[in-house]
Design a protein around this ligand. Structure first.
Ligand code: NAP
Ligand code: G3P
Length: 471
């Protein structure tokens, strides 16, 4: 596969290319353009120049463009899934599901934008009878969209589509491991003969060109999903303060009783090990009492031991993690826990980038795995003395994305949910972003601002007020 960045509907051939390695065997599976500063500046100039015309384009015409794009996606869904599977080792079924979910997001966003009405207010509450204000939402201008490797299609378009529908133009930077998919999105745009300049794809390594991408003076809004480290860097150097950051997580499963263990186990297993734990919303720690852990751990262990590991083509339970540095980081967390006395109930080994699904019991607060985000197939169990300690450890995390509370006592569930410092608490289910019309947000180091369909339409627009006065 040899795909190119796309600016103003032209593919950009660069002297140097960026190799993309397969997570399965670290062999080169393709190349993308490695852009220079001048290319990136050009992308922003083009986006800025095209924006006013696009903003003036009737909403129904904008919808027509996005519908055509969606049809191109649907026509190419198998190809998109194949590329994704090759470059991030997402199981084929899940890659296809990611494309389908994205099509559904596009449909829902189109419906939502049709009803994106202005707000009208009078001033009677201020004793003023002859004044009415109409506040409509207008595009911010140029949106810089940066996506992570783990949802290279979905998290890209969840930013691009609301931006375009509301009359913004877009410069999109995919994760390097994800930029075959990202560049293919650019190709679909050109193949569908959609308008020039309003959507541009820039590729190259974030460590080389990231600062240039986020600090361009033409950017009016940045929508970023990725790690805490990069998110904080972007915040410190961006010239716009209009930034939505969706960052890492250390979502906990708080298991408060043993009354419905079948449900708890099934949610914890899918929550922890889906896409080999490479989801920001993955369950990355279980907090429970000794008494419950004694029953829960053997059930989890049996399920994990039955997992099939392997090539994403065969839709196994566990696939290789994205690359060698990630594998080494995860193994470092496991080894640290082992050295400090945790019990590895199953897993703890690897071959290539394929890490055996790992369950670690008796994890204590002095171990790195109690606090750090592995982004891999590892589940630590932290045994607590009582509910107070469960809540304290939950809230001691620097992350605050989501968490789950498992109990049959709805009163207890609500009371605990109120005390948990995260964006969203899920009662009796795994943490998750969807359904995609729900607001999706993290607090603390997990992010700033909110994603979601309506929320993205809001964050990519601003109020424009017109106040009418009469005698
Ligand atoms: P990452 O390393 O932070 O990369 C994210 C994106 O930022 C990539 O496109 C990357 O490009 C780019 N980037 C790197 N350095 C940059 C810089 N200096 N300036 C601008 N952009 C830069 O994250 P990842 O490894 O792809 O994804 C895993 C992380 O994302 C995890 O922490 C996970 O929890 C988090 N995540 C959060 C959410 C959420 O919604 N909260 C969703 C998914 C993932 P390169 O690939 O070229 O470096
Ligand atoms: O890691 C991506 C994040 O947005 C979570 O999505 O649907 O896996 O909960 P989901």
């Amino acid at each position: 596969m040899d795909y190119k960045a796309m600016i103003n509907n032209e593919f950009i051939v660069t002297k140097n290319k960026q190799n993309i390695l397969s997570p399965i065997d670290n062999k080169v599976i393709g190349t993308v353009s490695a852009l220079l500063e001048s290319d990136i500046n050009n992308a922003y100039d083009v986006a800025k120049t095209s924006q006013k015309e696009w903003e003036k384009t009737q909403l129904l015409k904008r919808i027509e463009v996005i519908e055509k794009f969606k049809n191109e996606i649907i026509k190419n869904k198998d190809k998109i899934a194949d590329i994704m599977m090759a470059e991030i080792a997402k199981p084929l079924k899940e890659s296809l599901a990611e494309v389908q979910r994205t099509v559904e997001i596009i449909d829902f966003t189109i419906e939502e934008v049709r009803r994106f009405y202005p707000t009208a207010m009078d001033a009677k509450g201020w004793g003023i009878e002859n004044k009415i204000g109409v506040f409509e939402r207008v595009p911010v201008g140029v949106v810089c969209a940066i996506s992570p490797f783990n949802y290279p299609f979905n998290l890209a378009l969840a930013k691009i589509i609301p931006a375009l529908l509301t009359g913004n133009t877009v410069v999109f930077k995919p994760a390097t491991q994800g930029s075959l998919t990202g560049s293919f999105i650019g190709k679909l745009w050109v193949d569908a003969k959609l308008p020039k300049g309003i959507f541009n794809v820039v590729t190259g390594k974030g460590s080389d060109i990231g600062d240039i991408i986020v600090s361009n003076k033409n950017i009016n809004m940045i929508s970023f999903t990725g790690s805490v480290k990069v998110g904080q860097r972007i915040k410190s150097i961006a010239k716009t303060s209009n930034i939505v950051l969706e960052l890492g997580g250390k979502d906990a499963a708080l298991v408060l009783d043993d009354k419905n263990l079948d449900l708890y186990v099934s949610e914890i297993i899918s929550g922890s090990f889906g896409f080999a734990g490479q989801r920001c919303t993955a369950i990355k720690r279980v907090l429970t009492t000794n008494e419950v852990a004694d029953k829960l751990v053997p059930l989890l262990e049996a399920k994990i031991k039955a997992f099939k590991h392997g090539n994403p083509k065969t839709n196994p339970d566990i696939v290789p993690v994205v690359n060698e540095p990630t594998r080494d980081y995860i193994m470092g967390l496991i080894d640290n826990a082992k050295t400090k006395g945790a019990s590895i109930k199953t897993g703890g080994t690897y071959e290539g980038n394929l890490i055996q699904a790992t369950l670690i019991d008796n994890v204590t607060k002095d171990m790195r795995i109690a606090w750090e985000e592995p982004f891999g197939p590892v589940l630590p169990i932290i045994r607590c003395k009582d509910l107070d300690e469960i809540i304290t450890i939950q809230n001691e995390s620097n992350f605050g994305l989501q968490s789950s509370v498992f109990t049959t006592d709805i009163n207890l569930a609500f009371s605990v949910a109120k005390q948990i410092e995260v964006g969203t608490v899920n009662i009796n289910s795994r943490p998750q972003r969807g359904p995609d019309n729900f607001p999706f947000l993290g607090i603390k180091d997990s992010g700033e601002g909110v994603q979601g369909i309506k929320e993205s339409l809001n964050s990519m627009t601003r109020y424009k007020g017109i106040v009418i006065n009469w005698k």
